[in-house]
Design a binder for this molecule. Structure first.
Ligand SMILES: Cc1cc2nc3c(=O)[nH]c(=O)nc-3n(C[C@H](O)[C@H](O)[C@H](O)COP(=O)(O)O)c2cc1C
Length: 201
């Protein structure tokens, strides 16, 4: 495994993330966009699940989901979250933390329109995170939704859309033998820009 040195790090964590993400793709990592999203409810109880990264810019890291899901209830009550990427083949972990806000309606609609028809039907058919009696219930809802929107025009449901996490803390972790891993944390510098600190593994 390559050593991670301070001199190799981009002063901008988003650029550092983009470089590692591109390297993961080049390396053939399967679904490098898969990330763990951790939220906490109003009482502070955490929960975590996988979601897919659908955009990364100065504005933040984006994912799309159902606004009535458990994660959405958590984010309504406590709009802060943490993300973790782990690319085993490269021995790399990236942690990101920050406040979360909904993506604008128009932007969510534009992303929704870019999805295949089956995904758009699925978004309508699934009341994510609610209890259903059986698989047939889900399949019936899919058939009903297909009948409701017979042509390609499947509008974005108002209960579906994106979230954007504005990164205020990043950590880049590179595995090494004997647990002597390299870790660098970026946190906001008081006058703007980022402070980069090495953390003990
Ligand atoms: C690799 C992977 C990617 C996933 N991507 C998404 C996603 O982008 N959006 C989403 O809502 N659920 C996604 N899921 C499903 C979630 O992990 C989860 O089951 C679902 O969102 C309900 O979570 P909740 O009840 O905590 O809200 C993904 C699951 C896996 C394994």
């Amino acid at each position: 495994m390559e050593r991670l040195r301070r001199a190799d790090l981009d002063p901008d964590p988003l650029a550092q993330f983009a470089a590692w993400f591109a390297a993961a793709r080049d390396h053939g990592v399967h679904e490098p966009e898969a990330m763990t999203l951790a939220t906490a409810d109003a009482a502070g109880a955490p929960s975590a699940r996988m979601v897919l990264l659908r955009g990364a810019s100065e504005a933040g890291l984006e994912f799309y989901t159902n606004y009535t899901s458990r994660k959405a209830h958590d984010l309504d009550a406590n709009p802060r979250a943490a993300l973790v990427f782990y690319w085993d083949d490269m021995g790399r972990q990236i942690r990101v933390e920050g406040p979360v806000a909904r993506v604008g309606r128009e932007e969510s609609a534009a992303y929704f329109r870019s999805r295949p028809r089956d995904s758009r039907i699925g978004a309508w058919a699934s009341r994510q995170s609610t209890v259903i009696p059986d698989r047939e219930t889900l399949e019936r809802r899919v058939r009903e939704t297909e009948a409701r929107f017979p042509d390609d025009e499947v509008p974005v449901p108002d209960f579906w859309g994106g979230y954007r996490l504005r990164a205020v803390r990043w950590e880049f972790w590179q595995a090494h033998p004997f647990r002597l891993h390299d870790r660098f944390r970026y946190s906001p510098a008081p006058g703007g820009g980022w402070v980069v600190e090495r953390l003990s593994p």
